[in-house]
Design a protein around this ligand. Structure first.
Ligand code: SF4
Length: 391
């Protein structure tokens, strides 16, 4: 029997989530408000204007679109993917002088680190940050390392930082002999790190760190402690740090962190036989209750391979889930939660910002360039190269 995908049954997001990324904080990776003269969102010619500016720029421009971007933006992407894939795609196009990154700030930083000096990376809205990356600042992480040193464990601790972190945190990781990981290779990164030392400091997403260690590698929840940068000494004792295998930074994704055990139970009651597929940035109890867990790329491939007529509840960002539901009308694909779960900062990149960035470039004016300083780039690259060298 073929089941047609039903409209996604969701309700408005609470205001707090929509406001994320509105403020500017020069010390965080989030960037500042857009200085541009934006076209009005109601301009009926926006699509045509974007097309014309892109055509005028030709090979000089390469537009990257993260999976969580809006449809109105993704239609102009030369390539789509997760943040690491996109940064590598940009590096593989040296003839593209301008890399327009439709994603968030840390992704544009990573693209700048991995591309050549001749390539300039542009983020159409500088206020498109990532709330998770903002949860670990350079000062907080340096303080944490001091706490680990005091407890006598820094020498045996290897930092492993998720791709979703600022260039500063990646550089910290490179300075201390650690590696970057993505949600696809977190297990390999942890296995490598445990061959180098006795403990791992996992930044900044506690859920990815915990889920990988416990679900994939057989550690227990008691092997994990959470370091809270807002508490004195991280809210943990020296003894707890000495006993722990995984020291998890208290950070999370505002989007994936919203899924709950109730959402899983609710969808199972509503759709008998549904397959629950969630991203590893979700809370541990959600991941434990799911049928399948995997990165964005894994989710896309799993749905491609799923038999017609099968039912899926997906726990990841809503723009992507909507696109997947549209792309697979022979399968029932629903959003795991009942409320809207867009990444509000990703959504800041809209058609007016993209048109503004492309038209400025076509006029010879580089706007919103993201540039990582040389020293930070050097050490961040060490950590990224370590990831590429993972067995
Ligand atoms: S989905 Fe989560 S981790 Fe990704 S950019 Fe948005 S807030 Fe950051």
């Amino acid at each position: 029997m073929t089941i047609t995908s039903e409209p996604l049954d969701v309700q408005p997001t609470p205001l707090a989530l929509l406001l994320l990324g509105r403020e500017s904080d020069p010390r965080s990776e989030r960037g500042v408000d857009c200085p541009g003269d934006l076209p009005a969102p109601s301009d009926p010619d926006l699509v045509e204007r974007a097309r014309a500016a892109k055509a005028k720029l030709g090979e000089k421009v390469f537009v990257l679109g993260h999976h969580y971007q809006r449809d109105e933006v993704i239609q102009f992407a030369d390539v789509t993917g997760d943040s690491f894939k996109l940064a590598r795609d940009a590096a593989a196009r040296p003839e593209a002088e301008y890399i327009v990154f439709c994603g968030v700030h840390f992704m544009a930083e990573s693209a700048d680190i991995l591309t050549s000096d001749a390539q300039q990376v542009i983020l159409p809205d500088l206020a498109a940050g990532c709330s998770m990356a903002d949860m670990a600042t350079a000062e907080q992480v340096a303080e944490c390392w001091d706490v680990l040193t005091e407890a006598g464990v820094a020498d045996v601790t290897v930092p492993v930082s998720y791709m979703n972190s600022s260039a500063d945190i990646k550089a910290f990781t490179g300075r201390h002999g650690g590696t970057i990981c993505t949600s696809s290779n977190a297990q390999r990164a942890l296995e490598w790190a445990f061959q180098q030392g006795e403990k791992v400091l996992f930044l900044p997403d506690q859920h990815l760190g915990r889920n990988t260690a416990v679900r994939e590698m057989g550690f227990s929840l008691e092997d994990c402690v959470v370091y809270n940068p807002h508490k004195p000494n991280g809210g943990v004792t020296a003894e707890q740090l000495r006993d722990a295998k995984m020291i998890l930074w208290r950070g999370h994704c505002s989007v994936h962190g919203r899924f709950s055990l109730d959402s899983v139970e609710d969808v199972r009651a509503r759709i008998p036989g549904v397959n629950v597929l969630v991203h590893p940035e979700c809370k541990h109890e959600v991941v434990a209750a799911a049928d399948h867990v995997g990165s964005t790329e894994y989710i896309i491939k799993a749905l491609e391979a799923a038999p017609a007529g099968s039912s899926w509840a997906i726990g990841t960002e809503l723009n992507l889930v909507r696109r997947l539901a549209k792309a697979h009308p022979d399968k029932q694909i629903v959003f795991l939660d009942k409320t809207v779960c867009f990444c509000s900062t990703m959504n800041r990149i809209d058609l007016p910002h993209l048109v503004w960035a492309l038209e400025s470039l076509a006029d010879g004016k580089v706007v919103n360039r993201i540039q990582v300083d040389r020293e930070t780039e050097h050490f961040a690259k060490l950590a990224l190269e370590q990831m590429l060298a993972l067995p």
